[in-house]
Design a protein around this ligand. Structure first.
Ligand code: DAH
Length: 339
């Protein structure tokens, strides 16, 4: 029996070496140490032994059981460790794999040109101010000398929110808001979104952008307006750019004008960009109407000023030779990547 016990151990060691998973290990444990296992069956046979043999075999059986138990425990730990290693290997992050390249955005052409315009005017001492897009009729029309029934209201198809509230059709209301808030001398530009109930086509959009300008001080004249806007045009389109001022009419300026710049594509000879004219209109302006100064709380006896309004989309389209305004809003990456 002692010999048998040694064999049991040797066999257990051999079998353990073959085992590669927990289920096999468990069935080995049952077959060696379980109630119907080989050790138990030896112990059951002890009845046939003599009184001297019994304790010797009993002790040996217990010793072998202990050793097999320890071996199984060790195997269990080994399997656990192997499993853990496999799991870790599978979860390993390869830090040398190249990352996914994120798509980098860049400045929209409208912002490129707006930034330039802001830079140019900042360089001339202008502050950049803003006003609300949802505006009162009073600021958008009334205070700008466009009373109810004035024909100028017809040219600016308005989105009304209530009878007295609307989406601003121009950035000019910021003139009044600025005069209310600040005292002269004043030099500001006010860029922003404006809205008109126009159908979308190559040159119209219900939402577009304007840049308003306002200068108020003692002794401001039309010469200041011309000098400032000529300097602006040359900075934006190049020193060779020529400007011309044509008389015009706006309710909030008197006198009023429009400014053209020589076509920067053909230099004034006439081409498809300037429709054969040689000139391109880029802004409206004029001397601030005394009524508008008064509505803004400015003493029209002491101060005078000039104002101007620039259509940002037009600037951008001429600047980059874009012939359809819709391209500026569609967010087509193929188009936008060119700038
Ligand atoms: N608000 C005018 C428009 O939307 C543009 C404009 C013209 C603004 C003359 C001015 C100005 O400040 O003096 O058509």
């Amino acid at each position: 029996m002692l010999k048998k016990l040694d064999e049991i151990k040797a066999q257990a060691v051999e079998e353990l070496a073959q085992i590669s998973d927990k289920a096999e290990l468990e069935s080995l444990r049952v077959s060696k140490l379980g109630k119907k296992g080989v050790i138990t069956s030896i112990l059951k046979q002890m009845g046939s032994l003599s009184a001297e043999e019994r304790p010797v075999v009993g002790q040996k059986a217990n010793q072998i059981r202990g050793e097999i138990e320890a071996l199984i425990k060790q195997k269990q730990a080994d399997l656990q460790q192997a499993e853990q290693n496999l799991k870790l290997a599978a979860e390993t992050v390869d830090v040398t794999i190249p990352g996914k390249q994120p798509e980098i955005g860049h400045t929209h052409p409208l912002s490129i040109v707006l930034d330039e315009v802001k830079d140019i005017f900042s360089g001339m001492g202008f502050d950049v101010v803003e006003g609300p897009e949802v505006e009162w009729d009073y600021y958008n029309f009334e205070a700008l000398n466009i009373p109810e029934g004035h024909p100028a209201r017809d040219t600016q198809d308005t989105f009304y929110i209530t009878e007295k509230m609307l989406l601003r059709t121009q950035t000019s209301p910021v003139q009044i808001r600025t005069m209310e808030k600040r005292n002269p001398p004043l030099r500001v530009i006010a860029p922003g979104r404006v809205y008109r109930s126009d159908a979308v086509d190559a040159t119209h959009s219900p939402l577009f952008h304007q840049i308003e300008g306002l200068v108020i001080d003692e002794g401001i004249t039309m010469a200041d307006l011309k000098g400032t806007l000529e300097a602006f045009a040359k900075r934006l389109y190049g020193e060779q750019t020529e400007t011309r001022f044509r008389p015009h009419h706006f309710p909030f300026t008197e006198p009023s004008c429009e400014m053209d710049v020589s076509c920067f594509k053909c230099g004034g000879k006439g081409c498809s960009m300037c429709k054969g004219e040689g000139w391109i209109e880029i802004l409206g302006g004029g001397m601030v109407h005394p009524k508008v100064l008064k509505n803004g709380g400015v003493d029209a006896e002491k101060y005078s000023g000039f104002a101007f309004g620039i259509g940002l989309e037009r600037l951008v389209m001429f600047r980059f030779g874009i012939d359809d305004m819709r391209l500026l809003y569609e967010n087509n990456m193929k188009f936008l990547e060119q700038f």
